[in-house]
Design a protein around this ligand. Structure first.
Ligand SMILES: [Zn+2]
Length: 198
């Protein structure tokens, strides 16, 4: 059972990873949301979080998405409001999985469970990122499953040529990922809480 973070402090350790994601949240809520789509190079923020299972990577990515979507975000505390439509819907996991979210005309996110990923989802995702004129985040959990199914390289060109989309991938291993794809991503690493101080 996955624990849902309510604040950044709920996420123990993994400070580098947290700092990176917090920086993007701040950027978006400090006016990035109001920037013309395309003026913010969202694709240059794309990242892959690698770490063993239970090292907190999915929890961190989910909380990041929640921060990005919140309509009444507290910039000072860097915390989602907990009461807006998106904060409430985000708590309903079933509603959230594989669901497209749009905040006003600002940021939309698309969440993909890599374990249940099929070709039509890839086509739908790509259609969406090319058609929608907004800042977007595509979150793919368990990216190693897409690599194993030879889907991963299909993302290379969309990552390169679509400046309005940030890709956020989580994986247990970067093995088998092509260097060209890896070069487009910031590499973040999570460690299980027990190893944080070692
Ligand atoms: Zn909210």
């Amino acid at each position: 059972m996955q624990f849902d973070a309510e604040s950044w402090d709920d996420i123990i350790g993994n400070e580098d990873c947290k700092d990176y994601l917090k920086r993007i949240v701040r950027l978006i809520h400090q006016g990035g949301k109001d920037a013309e789509p395309g003026s913010l190079p969202m694709n240059t923020y794309s990242a892959i979080i690698s770490g063993s299972s239970r090292s907190g990577k999915s929890m961190m990515a989910n909380f990041f998405i929640k921060c990005m979507l919140c309509k009444d975000f507290d910039l000072e505390a860097l915390a989602p409001c907990g009461t807006c439509f998106f904060c409430l819907k985000k708590a309903e996991r079933r509603f959230w999985n594989n669901y497209l979210f749009t905040i006003d005309s600002v940021v939309s996110t698309y969440s993909i469970d890599g374990a249940n990923f099929k070709e039509p989802q890839m086509q739908e995702t790509l259609r969406h990122i090319y058609q929608e004129d907004k800042h977007k985040v595509v979150f793919i959990d368990e990216f190693q499953k897409l690599v194993a199914a030879n889907f991963a390289d299909q993302l290379l060109i969309p990552m390169q040529e679509n400046p309005t989309t940030m890709w956020l991938l989580t994986t247990t291993s970067r093995a088998g990922m092509g260097q060209a794809l890896l070069n487009r991503l910031h590499k973040l690493q999570t460690k299980p809480p027990s190893n944080v101080n070692s």
